[in-house]
Write a protein of this length. Sequence first.
Length: 451
Amino acid sequence: MDEYRDEQVRELPELEAMKEYMEDIPIPSEIDARIWSGIRAGRQRRRRRVFSRVAAYTACLLLLVSVASVRFSPEVAAYVGEIPGLKPFVELIHYDKGLELAIDNDFMQPVGLSEEQDGIKVTIDGMIADESRIIVFYTLENVDGRKSVVNFNGARISNVEHISSSYGSGAFEEDWKIRQDTIEFQPEDGTRLPDTLELELKLNKVSEAATTDIEWHFSVPVDKAKFEGMKETYDLNQTVAVEGQKITFGKMTVYPTRIGVEVNYDPANTKKLFYLDDLRLVDERGEAFSSIMNGISGSTINENSQVLYFQSNYFKKPKHLYLRASSIRALDKDKLEVKVDLERKQLLARPDSQLTLKDIGTSSEDGQDILVFELKNNNPLDQDRMYSLFEGAFKDAAGHSFESHMTGTSGNGADTEYQFYILKEKYQSPLTLHIQDYPTRIHGDIDIQIK
């Protein structure tokens, strides 16, 4: 299954942490001088990357918006106070109530493995794991104090087949001292974890002197007794219709770290359904457990089937549980293509007048041109959202297929600019791009009782 990340910031009353997407702009290793100059000029924005066995389906990633203060439940705060050094990691997962509950129920596995290379010390502090998800907590330390920028180039578990990873940049400025973050791994359904995970991390260090690729290897023990057999399954098998578009909710599986719900879209639907804006699980007390905000939020089974992931209420043991939503991002299937006339610099086809082409020009990135779009959007639901607007694959008029490996976004709110990078080629105009997500919606109440 292809994993993807939700490219949105949802309005969640119960959370204080908000997220927004950042774009991934690769750094060419052969132009160190230009990179260092760029570093001094300003920080580069990057997005997290998700890698899959079948395909790498890159989507935008989430940047944690700082908050004035972080508050924990009394139970979690007490637990954090007993373990030195744990509080920063609890702050990292504060956006996910399910992971907070997991820590409160002694689900964190301490690791404490360290290795130093080229002036950088990496420590694998701990992890939270079950049969569905592995969250690895790590620390980077700049032990030699030299100015550099460090970014992740890869993270994998080499002794587990069919497992995807999601991670973010470790450091964002040249004078960094210490950074703490997480790496998420998703085993394919039915995968049995070994007693030890062979963890490999690849980092890229950019300094005035050189650009260096560094690789770390850790053998991380797994206490499988903590989670084996800990899951609950419910067969929902209920179909709902929203503005004539049919959706069937299938099996729901509850793990300690997350909940997965199978969602099937009727192939006869006239609209492409991108995402259920406010889909959530609500218990008898009215407490909501919403979709995963900073991590893998879903898996694509096929064109019309997905598994959507929610914060877990496994340790809450609710008496009653409901699946609810009222808004779905959707677009007519005959409006999913955007056609760009390269010579005239105009759009021949687009979803609506909100999307315009601002410019076509030469990028500062070697060997690439850039298409610059603007999306006007005054919907309050999208005030803090950033969209992964286009799929990476596109075609020219001759039917030749190409792939864009870089996108950019600037602005936020009513007017947002999207940059779509393409290799310098002799394309036969027009180019056809495919909409991946778009801020048009259908509305209707979904209310399914699970138990």
